[in-house]
Design a protein around this ligand. Structure first.
Ligand code: XMP
Length: 321
């Protein structure tokens, strides 16, 4: 199927919303649809559209895959509650960690996350709810990058030649597929989402898994979550496109209390970009870098080295896997 982009200049936000509400309600009919809300701008818009188009015939879930940032599941569920949308919180920690056990290859990690999400968690939820449709926030850039083979996106299913109905027992609706992020932010504003959502820096579907090099274990995610919190606290006021911490697999020798300490390495990345297709590292002030190193090595136990990525995308990518 040929998907035609609607550019930001072409977008008539109110007309787009009206058409999508109509489309969702006519396709789903008197059936049920569900979605997975991650709190990113794309899935947040889809949640609002589903809620407005279908009312009680729409159910939204936040799948806590244990790879989220600190406090994220509770924060998003309560934010949507304030908007009048009840979101079910699903604890899927064991499913994801079991699926990721022993895997170090980046593509295999993404594959394990996709499989756990669609087959193990979602197929079950869809069945239990009696839903036939899954609403998903796939956008135009996701399709473009996947088709070009740049990166396997977490949410691309049909574009990879997979029939979700045959494989998982439900159909997928993708109301944002013709839009890029800047347009989706406009739609987000228009459907009443608060600025903290429509202006959120991008965050990947597979969450912190894209930032753990080597095996993803509960302990390693816990370490990265702490470092992530520090990086976000220190860099949120810089105005960068995206900023993140990466946990490396290799250890390095450090020194603590006069003794050699073979410890962990955290890499910090901070990006200037418009649409994540290309990017360059932010020229952070040295005292900011200094504070990051100081805080991460004192507040995250086991870390003896903090580095800052100075590579452009390409050849780097924004995330590490
Ligand atoms: P990369 O690492 O490919 O990232 O330069 C480009 C942008 O996409 C985000 N990203 C993802 N988003 N599912 C998502 O929803 C994914 O699997 C995924 N992988 C990367 C990344 O954070 C950046 O903004």
């Amino acid at each position: 199927m040929e998907i035609k982009e609607i550019t930001l200049e072409e977008l008539d936000t109110e007309k787009f919303i009206a058409e999508k509400l109509e489309e969702i309600s006519s396709i789903v009919g008197d059936g049920l649809a569900i979605n997975a809300l991650s709190g990113g701008v794309d899935s947040s818009v889809v949640t609002m559209l589903g809620h407005r188009a279908l009312g009680d015939r729409f159910k939204s879930y936040f799948i806590d895959n244990a790879l989220m940032r600190e406090g994220e599941p509770e924060y998003i569920v309560s934010l949507f509650k304030d908007l009048g949308v009840m979101v079910g919180l699903v604890d899927a920690e064991k499913t994801f960690f079991d699926a990721l056990k022993g895997i170090t290859d980046p593509e295999e990690k993404r594959e394990a996350i996709t499989r756990s999400f669609y087959r193990d968690i979602f197929a079950k939820l869809v069945k239990e709810a009696g839903a036939k449709y899954l609403l998903q926030g796939t956008n135009y850039t996701d399709i473009e990058e996947t088709v070009a083979g740049i990166k396997r996106q977490h949410n691309i299913i049909e574009q990879l030649g997979i029939d979700p109905e045959e494989m998982f027992g439900y159909k997928i609706l993708e109301p944002l597929i013709q839009l890029r992020k800047s347009s989706i932010r406009e739609v987000a504003k228009a459907v009443g989402l608060p600025e903290e959502i429509y202006n959120r820096p991008p965050f990947p579907g597979p969450a912190l898994a894209t930032r753990v090099i080597g095996e993803i274990t509960p302990e390693r995610v816990r370490i990265l979550r702490r470092a992530t919190k520090i990086v976000e606290e220190e860099l949120s006021n810089i105005g960068a496109f995206q900023y993140l911490a990466i946990l490396h697999n290799d250890k390095v020798t450090g020194i603590r209390e006069g003794k050699r300490d073979y410890g962990l390495q955290i890499e910090v990345r901070c990006w200037e970009s418009i649409d994540a297709k290309i990017g360059s590292p932010t020229r952070l002030a040295y005292d900011v870098l200094d504070r990051l190193a100081e805080r991460i090595t004192t507040e995250v136990s086991g870390v003896v080295s903090v580095t800052y990525n100075i590579t452009k995308k390409p050849p780097s990518t924004i995330e590490a896997i």
